[in-house]
Write a protein that binds this ligand. Structure first.
Ligand code: 5AD
Length: 350
């Protein structure tokens, strides 16, 4: 698909036309990754963060946040729930927390690998290459690092670097690939200052970088952040600003599936947050094949507030598990068995 065609879809408001897009994305999904919806147990290990990203509720500058870091035993309890629910993967996610040391996490990875058959995904921010190598050697399988936007100017505006460090997430993504991780990335849709052209470039980059998993969620303003408090100021000129809507997010999911047929695409919690009733199902019927049920202990869940009113905060792991499995069956889809490795990575000679 050419640049212009992607742009036309993103700007299309014609219901009937969009039905064609949804149908095509759903067909491509079925033909390439099948009917299975793989579940990944998400464990939000820590909400400490060294970074001060303009949009994110757990940024270091937000002093309202009560900070926590789970103990190794608490993490292992959540890992066990993942096994009990029959999930194939645990995702260990945190802010960029340097209190999570290389050794501490390596031990936990080793323990998970000894005690379970789960695949392990890490999502811990821009960590040093030596740490990424050590964690891979300890047994971690996948790493998620969204590039958020391919517009460098916009990226710089909302991602102040750590002192003395330049943030180049594309370079880190290439490094992760070389280290042997299955590589995940993604973007937010509707960041103030994100234009339709930017969004087209984001989608084309997913393909160019041959990323194995892409997470796409709407930007949701957080009142405790600079961007959340002053969104209006940063908007693109009228007609150019991407809206952070469910519809726009679904279009990006569908186009991503069509362009990158074999990758894994989650129907994200942010999408489920802006449409609580149907967001998750819409994602799954318009290209997505993954859901990440939250396994974080309830007492920590609401403290991991990257954006307000996160969909998973009002229920516990048991409730999310049943609700998600029921909605997958109601769609005529099946819950995935096994690790659900990316079919995209399997096509690449390592
Ligand atoms: N709205 C939507 N998504 C957000 N994230 C962080 N803050 C927000 C927000 N305000 C997303 C980022 C990050 C992922 C873990 O959560 O894309 O990579």
């Amino acid at each position: 698909m050419e640049k212009n065609e992607i742009l036309e879809w993103l700007k299309s408001d014609d219901q009937e036309n969009l039905e064609k897009l949804w149908r095509l994305a759903d067909e491509v999904r079925r033909d390439n990754v099948g009917e299975e919806v793989h579940l990944r147990g998400l464990i939000e290990v820590s909400n400490f963060c060294a970074r001060d990203c303009g949009y994110c509720g757990i940024r270091v500058g937000n002093q309202e946040v009560c900070r926590y870091r789970m103990t190794a035993d608490e993490i292992m309890d959540s890992v066990q729930m993942s096994v009990n629910f029959g999930y194939g993967t645990v995702v260990l996610q945190a802010g960029e927390d340097y209190g999570i040391t290389c050794e501490w996490l390596s031990d936990i990875i080793t323990r998970i690998k000894l005690e379970t058959n789960l695949a392990i995904t890490l999502s811990l921010g821009e960590r040093a290459e030596a740490e990424l190598v050590a964690w891979r050697q300890a047994g971690a399988d996948r790493y998620l690092l969204r590039f958020e936007t391919s517009n460098r100017e916009l990226y710089d505006r909302i991602h102040p670097p750590l002192p003395g460090r330049f943030s180049d997430r594309f370079q880190i993504l290439r490094g992760l690939r070389e280290i042997g991780y299955e590589v995940g990335s993604g973007i937010m849709v509707g960041i103030p200052g994100q234009s339709f052209d930017d969004l087209v470039n984001d989608i084309l980059l997913f393909k160019e970088y041959d990323i194995d998993m892409i997470g796409i969620g709407p930007y949701i303003p957080h009142p405790g952040t600079p961007l959340g408090m002053s969104s209006e100021e940063h908007l693109c000129p009228s007609g150019e600003q991407v809206p952070g809507t469910e519809l726009m997010t679904c279009k990006v999911v569908a186009l991503t599936r069509i362009l990158c047929p074999l990758i894994n695409i989650p129907s994200t919690t942010a999408l489920a947050t802006i449409n609580r009733v149907e967001g998750r199902v819409h994602g799954l019927s318009r290209g997505a094949n993954i859901v990440m049920p939250n396994l974080t202990p309830k007492k920590y869940r609401e403290l991991y507030e990257i954006y307000p009113a996160k969909a998973s905060c009002d229920e516990n792991a048991d409730e999310s598990n049943s609700r998600i499995k029921n909605s997958i069956s109601a769609m005529g889809r099946v819950v995935g068995v096994g690790r659900g490795d990316s079919a995209n990575k399997k096509t690449r000679a390592v």
